[in-house]
Design a protein around this ligand. Structure first.
Ligand code: X2X
Length: 338
């Protein structure tokens, strides 16, 4: 793994692995070279919009910036990329607020189980006071900052290779893969599952080799990462909404003069807004498409799962951890949660 990553990084600095975004301007060396890494397949809307965005930044800066996109964990898994972006080895990175929770615990508040009833609540909160609160914590407690518009991951659903999940008891003892985040561990322990923390880079093979029998992710990821090839059942739980903060290393970004900062900021936020629409449009057709590929779907009663979390003291615990003030901001958008 280590060797692979070094090899990749060496290749990357020689320009060997970059998407072709910088090629048009290759004759003239850019003043600012930026690396942006993410964990999603090239087929996911995130990478389509990221490629467009990089090309726009390079063109609008008239070649002064060379913004390079490294999709699909090419630079390492999320844990690796988080440490790279913290040190400045990577300049930009998109990360779930919950995985960011390993560094900035307050960021996890947007993942509270069954909090947002629909996307209008999600975007009001994340583009409003809740998002502002989290971005402030990120900037105050790390070498990172987050751009204003969070990108969409989606509402998460549970897939398994063994059985449909119809009520909370079905989760008891289930070997379910979850991303590396204290919040996810706590939630699936509250469900009495046996959660395994595994980076997304290793999820397909963990499911294929049955290290894990289950995982949870939005439909757009299940489809673009082809998890349906190694999972049979998809239980629509909508147990949490998840996004991707577009993170930047403060020092790298501060190297830019204001006019170039404006170009980068405007294009990143605009691409995020388009990605939100793309994920929604893609998701709308995916139950039918995945059924066509052999997945068995079932719906669930959210109240049963929410009651289980309540009874386990999950809401009370995280209310206390996030604090009264932040919790009030969340409930301003979601209504009373406990
Ligand atoms: O790791 C995952 O499951 C993913 C792709 O959804 C995140 O980035 C949180």
């Amino acid at each position: 793994m280590q060797i692979t990553r070094r090899t990749l990084l060496a290749g990357a600095s020689a320009g060997a692995l970059t998407l072709s975004t910088g090629q048009v301007l290759a004759q003239k060396a850019a003043e600012f070279t930026f690396k942006y890494g993410n964990n999603l397949p090239v087929a996911h809307p995130m990478n389509k919009r990221a490629a467009e965005m990089a090309a726009a930044i390079n063109a609008e800066s008239k070649g002064r910036i060379d913004f390079q996109v490294y999709p699909n964990n090419q630079l390492g898994n999320d844990t690796d990329m988080l440490s790279q972006v913290r040190s400045g080895a990577l300049d930009f990175f998109t990360l779930s607020p919950l995985i960011l929770g390993t560094l900035v615990p307050a960021a996890q508040i947007s993942g509270v189980g069954f909090a947002f009833k629909d996307y209008s609540q999600v975007w009001s909160a994340m583009d409003g006071e809740l998002g502002a609160h989290v971005r402030k914590q990120i900037a105050a407690s790390s070498t990172l900052f987050a751009f204003d518009k969070i990108w969409d991951n989606g509402y998460r659903q549970i897939t398994t290779s063994t059985k449909p999940i119809t009520n909370p008891d079905d989760l008891k003892g289930l070997k379910i893969r979850i991303p590396p985040s204290p919040f996810w561990v706590s939630m699936f322990k509250a469900f009495e599952a046996s959660p395994l923390t595994i980076n997304f880079a290793e999820v397909y093979s963990a499911l294929q080799t049955k290290v894990a029998d289950a995982q949870e992710n939005p439909l757009a990821i299940i489809a673009t990462a082809k998890l349906n090839e190694v999972q049979k059942y998809c239980s629509v739980t909508n147990h949490m909404w998840d996004g991707f903060w577009f993170l930047g290393n403060k020092k790298s970004f501060d190297r830019l003069p204001q006019d170039l900062k404006d170009i980068v900021t405007r294009n990143i936020n605009a691409a995020g807004m388009k990605e939100r629409d793309d994920v929604k449009a893609l998701t709308d057709g995916l139950v039918a498409e995945l059924k066509g590929k052999g997945m068995a779907f079932n719906n669930t009663d959210a109240e049963l799962f929410r009651n289980k979390l309540r009874a386990a003291g999950f809401y009370a615990e995280w209310h206390k951890k996030f604090g009264e003030e932040a919790w009030k901001v969340l409930e301003k958008y979601t209504g009373k949660l406990i």
